[in-house]
Design a protein around this ligand. Structure first.
Ligand SMILES: Nc1ncnc2c1ncn2[C@@H]1O[C@H](COP(=O)(O)OP(=O)(O)O)[C@@H](O)[C@H]1O
Ligand SMILES: N[C@@H](CCOP(=O)(O)O)C(=O)O
Length: 323
């Protein structure tokens, strides 16, 4: 469970007094998530998500993240609105940490998507890129190649090897070439940068929620597509699911056509996406406080994906048009 800050019911009740959302009925810590502390809050009026922003979500980014939710939601994207307090503020402070109340969206996260669901996710990602294009906010990517290098250097070879010898070897072998060859100048705009299955809510074949924009930033659209491909196209044993990968790319391409230059960069971007999650997972593996109620994520999942993307053929990134 991701709850790092343990608020009392009284504290949550007092916080809600600043919003026009009715009286507190119940508040339950949410099991999913690793970055922030989250509760489902029921009031006499509705259900909400209450989030306390922890260390990884930088406070200066909050006007961007929360403004982006409101921008996308106003465009009809399945993105939750920020609930503003009675003074119009998008976030407040509790125990010295920022806290926000977010619209609750229906739907469930998929653990084993089918091809139609993967295609819908690809479409939703492309639509998000289009809808965010005229958002005025800007935010640099704070988890780009330079930061992967810093984080992995900070972990140190010995600690990486203590997690798994293959982890240290993969970083040693792959990090420098990925950083050296990293593409520049591909079409860019605001990207989600973390569209994993737990950040997409669905009902049947429909995407009903895109959540957790706390890594959103300026970046290459094709990198976001590569992150999403790496996050969705493998089963629980790490086996590549070719139909899922192809459907995801096809769904995206149908809404925002991928240029040949972007397509050609996808294999490298996918290796970079794998390295990005190796870096943060390894860092968290080593630095997560022992009393945090959180399930740490295994960096080795992405070492296997990195090896897959290094060895795979071009056909993985062939773009097929919709049937
Ligand atoms: N707006 C929302 N509507 C419904 N459920 C949500 C919403 N936001 C978050 N959740 C639930 O809370 C979980 C954790 O939220 P998330 O933003 O991913 O946390 P973290 O930033 O810690 O990763 C999600 O997996 C989802 O189950
Ligand atoms: N998606 C990342 C971790 C970030 O977690 P989230 O719960 O904020 O989506 C990973 O899988 O490593």
């Amino acid at each position: 469970m991701a709850v790092y800050t343990h608020l009392t019911t009284e504290e949550i009740g007092q916080l809600l007094q600043h919003y026009d959302v009715g009286e507190l009925r119940s508040a339950k810590g949410i099991a999913e998530g690793v970055s922030n502390s989250n509760w489902i809050v029921e009031t006499t009026a509705a259900r909400f998500i209450l989030t306390i922003y922890e260390e990884r979500t930088e406070r200066e980014g909050l006007p961007f993240f929360l403004g982006l939710l409101d921008h996308l939601s106003a465009k009809g994207s399945p993105v939750p609105r920020t609930i503003h307090d009675r003074d119009g503020a998008a976030f407040r402070e509790v125990r010295g940490k920022p806290v926000a109340l977010i619209e609750y969206l229906p739907g469930v996260s998929l653990s084993h998507p089918d091809a139609a669901q993967a295609e819908a996710v690809g479409r939703a990602l492309a639509q998000l890129h289009l809808d965010a294009a005229d958002f005025a906010g800007r935010r640099a990517n704070t988890l780009g190649p330079a930061q992967w290098q810093d984080m992995l250097h900070d972990c140190g070879d010995a600690q990486l090897a203590a997690i798994d010898a293959a982890l240290a070897e993969a970083v040693e072998r792959h990090l420098a070439p990925i950083v050296r060859e990293w593409p520049q100048g591909l079409p860019s705009g605001i990207i989600h940068a973390d569209l994993f299955p737990d950040n997409v809510l669905t009902l049947g074949q429909d995407v009903t929620g895109l959540i957790d924009f706390y890594f959103a930033c300026d970046g290459m659209y094709a990198y976001d597509l590569a992150v999403t491909h790496a996050a969705w196209s493998f089963d629980a044993h790490g086996e590549y699911r070719a139909q899922i990968g192809a459907a995801l790319l096809a769904g995206y391409h149908a809404v925002r056509p991928v240029s040949e230059e972007e397509r050609a960069a996808l294999p490298l971007l996918a290796r970079g996406a794998a390295m990005r999650f190796i870096a943060t997972r390894a860092h968290d593996w080593i630095h997560t406080p022992p009393d945090a109620l959180v399930v740490r994520k295994d960096p080795m999942d992405f070492v296997r994906r990195l090896e897959f993307y290094t060895a795979c053929g071009e056909d993985v990134f062939t773009l097929r048009d919709q049937a």
